[in-house]
Design a protein around this ligand. Structure first.
Ligand code: 5AD
Ligand code: SF4
Length: 525
């Protein structure tokens, strides 16, 4: 804590004693008087529950409170004046978007963004728990941050996101990385200002991870990463409990935002000139199931279709909940793009059953043919896991044939990674790593081949590209994406950044297309 913070902190204490002596403060007082192991045990008894399938499955559908009255505590509103923050984000778009909210909170407290760890006064690691390698990366980064903390003891380092919802992770940080100042969970993001205040006061690590979820906090501030594409949460959590997946534990039960709140946010983005939005949820097709009126993703998309924003995407879909109403609405086209990311995970009905995916190879293929009938040009992409416990060679071959049959144009492919607390983690992880790697390699070769073939069809075609900025490899080249999510590189004036332009494709590569401005666009420059 530096001198200025100390002064502000003491003012806070005097100014609002009730606020200062919160439950968490009481916890901290207790922590200070305990030795390490006892501290961990007691702490978790009171505020933290580890992933527990039985309890998690029993969670109630009701009890979702929506709060519209969020505000930053007065004494924290300028605590960051003259100071800087940095947030490292790991994992999915949901995390990217949570980072935008935390950046909004910190900005409203006066902090400014920096990308230099040495200049930062607050560093947050927004973590991902989906696979073991994601977690290893975070622990590696925690190690790198230690010298910074030794150099600058006033630096506040926080770990948040999905990993902080795991008991084992919190224990490991408490024991092995005591220089971390705070750990907070995915349901505690709105508490960041108060937690930061505690971290500034306290000599102990501040830990606040709620297992109980159920609330939706509207009107949290956001600092969006760009002004061209924006993310909009439509729901939180997941109730599917696929047997390999940690998400239902780290993100809690399904909670849908009200349609009017979503529509207002989309309208607002449209008014600000955003060209594309992506509706976000762990299983967007379950949208509305928890609302107390009949309303689903199809209904929501049908309303958003009418808003004047050029492109609307959504992710991620679950095949089981992908209903006819949604297909009917998507087929109307307009700003609803016909790229559908539809994770299949495996092509074998037997594996899908043990994954608890609740569909079969056949019903997945039926859904694909319905989608293709309604949207003949739709691009389909997917997620696949190889090496699930007991997956036989034949079952893996079924995945290969499914990939060919559907004609996925790209796929995120993963080696199965046991996640503590999930049902699959209790089963023997019995596929040898060489076999897993070999399967992954064969699958990737097939996916790459299909990706390349799909790209080649674009040669000579004119496509609409939303220009996002300079290419990472060459600043003289602009990059953007087509409606069907193909990356296009082309030379054009920078004034086109943020616009949707026609580009003629000259060359197809496996993962990108080269092009040149089409005459009609070039003519109006
Ligand atoms: N191991 C490997 N991959 C996983 N995924 C989710 N959990 C695991 C796991 N335990 C993959 C799924 C999911 C994507 C986001 O991550 O394919 O769709
Ligand atoms: Fe995980 Fe997706 Fe299954 Fe939910 S639907 S449990 S997020 S894989």
């Amino acid at each position: 804590m530096n001198e200025q913070q100390r002064k502000q902190a003491s003012q806070i204490k005097q100014g609002n004693p009730a606020d200062v002596k919160s439950d968490s403060d009481a916890n901290l007082d207790r922590l200070k008087n305990m030795d390490s192991d006892e501290m961990i045990g007691k702490y978790f008894q009171t505020t933290y529950e580890p992933p527990n399938l039985k309890k998690a499955k029993k969670r109630l559908k009701k009890d979702v409170d929506i709060h519209y009255d969020f505000s930053i505590p007065k004494e924290m509103q300028s605590i960051g004046d003259g100071k800087k923050f940095l947030i490292r984000t790991y994992g999915c778009q949901m995390n990217e978007h949570d980072t935008e909210v935390m950046a909004g909170l910190l900005t409203d407290m006066g902090y400014q963004l920096t990308d230099d760890t040495k200049q930062a006064d607050v560093i947050l690691l927004n973590t991902c728990a989906i696979r073991e390698n994601a977690e290893n990366k975070v622990f590696g980064e925690i190690g790198h941050l230690k010298p910074l903390k030794l150099e600058n003891p006033d630096l506040i380092i926080g770990v948040c996101g999905c990993m902080s919802q795991e008991e084992a992770v919190v224990n490991r940080i408490l024991k092995k990385h005591p220089f971390i100042d705070m750990i907070f969970g995915t349901h505690n993001i709105h508490r960041l200002p108060s937690l930061l205040k505690e971290a500034m006061f306290s000599k102990e690590m501040v830990v606040e991870v709620w297992s109980k979820e159920g609330d939706i906090i509207e009107n949290l501030p956001k600092v969006r990463k760009g002004r061209i594409k924006g993310w909009v949460n439509i729901m939180y959590g997941c109730d599917k409990f696929c047997t390999y997946c940690i998400v239902p534990y780290t993100r809690g039960k399904e909670r849908s935002r009200l349609p009017e709140d979503i529509i207002q946010e989309v309208r607002h983005l449209a008014a600000q000139g955003y060209q594309e939005i992506t509706l976000l949820g762990q299983n967007v097709n379950a949208y509305g199931k928890d609302l107390d009126f009949e309303y689903g993703l199809g209904d929501l998309m049908d309303e958003i279709r009418k808003i004047d924003i050029p492109r609307v995407r959504f992710t991620t879909s679950h095949p089981r909940d992908f209903d006819d109403r949604l297909i009917e609405v998507l087929a109307k086209g307009g700003n609803l793009l016909d790229h559908i990311h539809l994770p299949v995970q495996s092509g074998s009905s037997a594996v899908l059953r043990v994954m608890a995916r609740r569909y079969t190879r056949e019903s997945y293929l039926e859904l694909v043919s319905k989608i293709r009938k309604a949207m003949p040009n739709a691009t389909l992409t997917t997620d696949i896991i190889v090496g699930f416990p007991n997956e036989t060679d034949e079952q893996f071959e079924e995945t290969m044939t499914l990939v060919k049959e559907v004609g996925f144009e790209s796929a995120y492919t993963f080696i199965y990674s046991p996640r503590e607390g999930t049902p699959a983690a209790r089963w023997e992880d019995n596929i040898p790593m060489e076999v897993k790697k070999e399967r992954l390699q064969r699958l990737n070769a097939l996916v790459n081949e299909q990706a390349k073939q799909a790209m080649e069809k674009y040669e000579g075609e004119i496509v609409k590209v939303l220009v996002e900025g300079e290419s990472k490899k060459n600043p003289d080249v602009l990059s953007g994406y087509t409606e069907r999510s193909k990356l296009v590189n082309f030379r054009a004036p920078k004034s086109l950044i943020g616009k949707i332009v026609d580009v003629k494709i000259t060359k197809a590569k496996t993962w990108s297309l080269d092009g040149e401005l089409a005459e009609q666009t070039a003519g109006v420059l």
